[in-house]
Design a protein around this ligand. Sequence first.
Ligand SMILES: *[C@@H]1O[C@H](CO)[C@@H](O)[C@H](O)[C@H]1NC(C)=O
Ligand SMILES: *[C@@H]1O[C@H](CO)[C@@H](O)[C@H](O)[C@H]1NC(C)=O
Ligand SMILES: *[C@@H]1O[C@H](CO)[C@@H](O)[C@H](O)[C@H]1NC(C)=O
Length: 414
Amino acid sequence: MYIFRLNLRKVSIGILLFGQLFLLFLYFYSQQSPIFQTTDSRISFLKSEDYENELQTTYHSLNSNIILKSIKTRQSYIDFNSSLCFTNGSDLNSMRLSTGGKWKCECLPGWHGTDCGQPEVLWRAILSSRKPVKIRGPRTFERRLIYVFKVDRFSEYVADIRINELGPIIDLFILYEDDNADFLLHKLGNKFCKEYQHKILYMQGDGTNLWKKVKPFLKNLRNDDIILSSGLNEIPNKDALIFLKFYDHWPQPIKFRYRWSVFGFFWVHPSKTITGGGACTISFLKESFNNKLSLLTDNKTLSSPLYRGLILGDLNHYGGWYCEFCNDPLRIVDFLSTKSKNVINWDRVNHQKIDSSFVEDLIENGVYMDGKSELWKAHKYHDNYFAPKFVLEHDWKYDFLLVNFYSKLDYYEG
Ligand SMILES: *[C@@H]1O[C@H](CO)[C@@H](O)[C@H](O)[C@H]1NC(C)=O
Ligand SMILES: *[C@@H]1O[C@H](CO)[C@@H](O)[C@H](O)[C@H]1NC(C)=O
Ligand SMILES: *[C@@H]1O[C@H](CO)[C@@H](O)[C@H](O)[C@H]1NC(C)=O
């Protein structure tokens, strides 16, 4: 019976793989065919233009100045007869229909404030913060948002998700990997996140003094621009970050209470959330942290009453996602083998061999890596925070993080 189940699993994965290969083949065929069919001069002109675009969209390294764009916030608001409303937070249809001279912004579900510019997590964070918070805004110009994080070969998927999810609103990604690593370098050379490579600065090192090295190259950086830094598994909430760009007088530093997903977005850790760092303005980083970026994500900062700041997210509304072991079983095993023994309490795993079939069983049955804690099942269709939007909108790319392929029941439901 067990063998039968295993085979069924393998067969269904095989069929899926085959299907994906077939689609890929179709895709490439459809991309290539026009070139085979014609040698029209117009086509070659288009091709050389493509080539130029490609040259423009390569990533930066620390050898030239980087200029950050200045963007007016006005384009993100609509003027509703003297009321300024945040376009993406306002129910424009219902406002258009409203009669009786009520010129007020009407907010979409999940948005608050007189201009509908406050996303749910932020609105709740302000409500529950102990000190009164007087938010001002919108500003005339967006603050620029710089996002620093490390990438290694085990965090490729989460890195891909955050670059694509947050790419439209991040002004500069600073990605780094260990000194002797070249995983990310190869990936970037292979068009990793090609659409956003013009916003990526690639660096090597362990992250110490990173900010001090980069800062002189950012020629038009402003004191009220924002720096964001977070760990390998973390995907901060996009709407909350947009708010930080548009408004003033929010408490610092910003911390995030992430939803703790395990193996994919379909399982949630029994603790539900985990708190991580961190964002603050450039001047706060200098004055309070002496430009040490690591302090933004440091445990001491996160728990210190001195740096209470503002925590985005609670038990039902999340400041983002912490996606732990969001990888395929083989890479999870590979990852664990690079960790020191005490990361996992091996005694509690009852000395079982940690191989990919052990991990597959954990994923199938919803058991955490300790071999004991039962994970909670998340439901895609009635959960506003199931997964980041980009992942939901590209379910063909991230299907393995959305559907539990190791559980027959989920697979057929999904
Ligand atoms: C805008 O609002 C004012 C007062 O609220 C009102 O007198 C005026 O007629 C409105 N403008 C339009 C174009 O309806
Ligand atoms: C508003 O929504 C549109 C469509 O989803 C998106 O392209 C745009 O970036 C959003 N703007 C802001 C400021 O969030
Ligand atoms: C940080 O805090 C968490 C939870 O409080 C703890 O599990 C973890 O070991 C701490 N990390 C360090 C490096 O102290």
